[in-house]
Design a protein around this ligand. Structure first.
Ligand SMILES: *Cc1c(COP(=O)(O)O)cnc(C)c1O
Length: 522
């Protein structure tokens, strides 16, 4: 059924093959393995070396992890700082607000599938970098990267970052040309994890699948737009010849010949049955209705966000029904703060930076699934407006004056120089003082928000530890403070802030339980 949906050539003598997997990730491993083996077999036949396989993908397929690129420079909120891996004890003492931010930046929280495939199966990953305003793999650049050792080019139908469909047809045409010139047979894999159950129903004219001759395999997640609960994905090969026979195991102890090609062994079949049930029950029409509905709700959300006048939309209307958006103006706050405040209303809207070379762009993303109704879309817009209003009401100068650079004159030219530690220290102290004074005028909830936001702002530039309050002697535990210990600290929390070369102290006069243990009180 799925091969048919993807327009595999299914004549009398033709048969597509495929397997059910745990998800697209496993499907990608298997598809990659088949390409690698096919490429190796051909190289062996030709008497050529077969020890340096590579795979070409866009940098949008995966997100950097702390192990692979620990010292990336990053620019969020208009400021540049060096990221470094955070040790576990350090993590323990950071407040949960900062924790999340670090998690966002340093952990491989998305699809590392392709990187994982490359590492586990010893294939070099050649990535096409993104650029401003263009967040998918550029087919021209991808084909330039292809060489005789390329096992396949992996295109994505529905980029994780902004939902955009890559131009698989253009990639196919360029690669046909290159293969003709070079005599290579570089094939294409389409990672259609999301798009595989969207495009056939609402963009049936779009040629991205087996209609294109170089597309040899496609993966899709049943648990995304396939409308099945978690634990099911699929990989389909165009024909039997595209899956090397030596990778298939035949077992017969269950009563009949059972060919298998998986990375796991025993797995429940409930999801397979659920997928079958959904396909049969909903049919083509049913899936189309669901997908159209998702797209309509996506448009409601997109237009609502546009109407605020504060965001640029970076997702496309044709693609996965999601809205990816970025702030027009970063002077006073950034996307991470919006994401944080939205949690208070029960929304988990991730904020993340784009991969190279668009890493200076931070994006918020909302994925519309079948159960995300129009009412919910409208409510989210209303909550975003509330959050914007709240962030706007912060004293503007407080936030903008935290930049760690100053302008100085040098030979008549204004240059940006780093502020001295003392200057930064004075500035931050002044801001906090003001904040504490203002506290009297504010209600508690507002105060909590300000503290959260300011803490976030500083955490870009400084590290801080939370300690037990003991103002007269300033005796602070140097050791990490455990949650349980933190719970018994009394209501005044202190922050120890290290700026460049020296620690100094700051009091946050508020209830620590609220600030540190539960950043989003009801
Ligand atoms: C979700 C996704 C994956 C991983 O899929 P799982 O089914 O969660 O394993 C891989 N690639 C892309 C483009 C995805 O969107």
């Amino acid at each position: 059924m799925i091969a048919h949906l993807f327009n595999a050539p299914l004549g009398e003598s033709q048969a597509a093959v495929g397997v059910g997997t745990v998800g697209s990730s496993e499907a990608i491993m298997l598809a990659g393995l088949a390409f690698k083996r096919k490429w190796q077999n051909r190289r062996k036949e030709e008497g050529k070396p077969y020890d340096k396989p590579n795979i070409v993908t866009g940098a949008n397929v995966q997100v950097w992890s702390s192990q692979s690129k620990p010292h990336r420079k990053n620019t969020i909120g208009g400021r540049e700082w060096l990221e470094r891996p955070v040790s576990n004890p350090e993590r323990a003492v950071l407040g949960s607000i900062v924790m999340r931010k670090i998690h966002m930046q340093n952990s491989p929280f998305w699809h590392v599938c392709w990187e994982k495939f490359a590492r586990y199966f010893e294939v070099e990953l050649k990535e096409v970098n993104l650029r401003d305003g263009y967040y998918v793999m550029d087919p021209e650049k991808a084909v330039e990267l292809v060489d005789e050792n390329t096992i396949c080019v992996a295109a994505i139908l529905g980029s994780t970052l902004n939902g955009e469909f890559e131009d698989v047809k253009r990639l196919n045409d360029l690669l046909v040309e290159k293969n003709k010139q070079t005599g290579w047979k570089t094939p294409i894999h389409v990672d259609a994890a999301s798009g595989g159950f969207i495009a056939p129903f609402i963009y049936p004219e779009l040629e991205w699948d087996f209609r294109l001759p170089l597309v040899k395999s496609i993966n899709v997640s049943g648990h995304k737009y396939g409308l099945v609960y978690a634990g099911i994905g699929w990989v389909i090969w165009r024909s039997k010849e595209d899956l090397p026979e030596e990778l298939i195991f035949h077992i017969n102890y269950l009563g009949a010949d059972q060919p298998t090609f998986t990375l796991n062994f025993s797995k429940g079949s409930s999801q397979v049955i659920a997928q079958y049930y959904q396909l049969v029950r909903l049919g083509y029409e049913g899936y189309r209705n669901v997908m159209e509905n998702c797209r309509d709700n996506m448009i409601v959300l997109k237009e609502g966000l546009e109407k605020t006048g504060r965001f640029d939309i970076v997702s496309k209307e044709n693609g996965v029904p999601l809205v990816a958006f970025t702030l027009k103006d970063h002077t006073h706050f950034d996307e991470f703060q919006i994401s944080d405040l939205l949690r208070r209303f029960g929304w988990i809207v991730p904020a993340y930076t784009m991969p190279p070379d668009a890493q200076h762009v931070t994006v918020l993303r909302v994925v519309i699934r079948e159960d995300f109704s129009r009412t919910l879309a409208e409510r989210l817009v209303a909550d975003v407006e509330k959050v914007l209003h709240e962030l706007d009401s912060l004293p503007a100068r407080v936030i903008s004056s935290t930049s760690v650079t100053v302008n100085t004159e040098q030979n008549g030219k204004v240059v940006v120089a780093k502020k001295s530690a003392l200057e930064t220290q004075r500035e931050i102290t002044a801001i906090w003082k003001k904040l504490v004074l203002e506290r009297k005028k504010l209600n508690d909830k507002m105060m909590l928000n300000r503290i959260k936001i300011l803490t976030r702002v500083y955490s870009d530039d400084v590290n801080y530890t939370i300690g037990s309050p003991d103002p007269p002697s300033l005796k602070w535990p140097e050791q990490p403070v455990l949650n349980s210990e933190r719970a018994v600290l009394d209501s005044n929390v202190m922050c120890k802030i290290h700026i460049q070369n020296g620690p100094f102290w700051i009091y946050i006069l508020t209830h620590n339980d609220h600030v540190w243990n539960d950043p989003f009180p009801k």
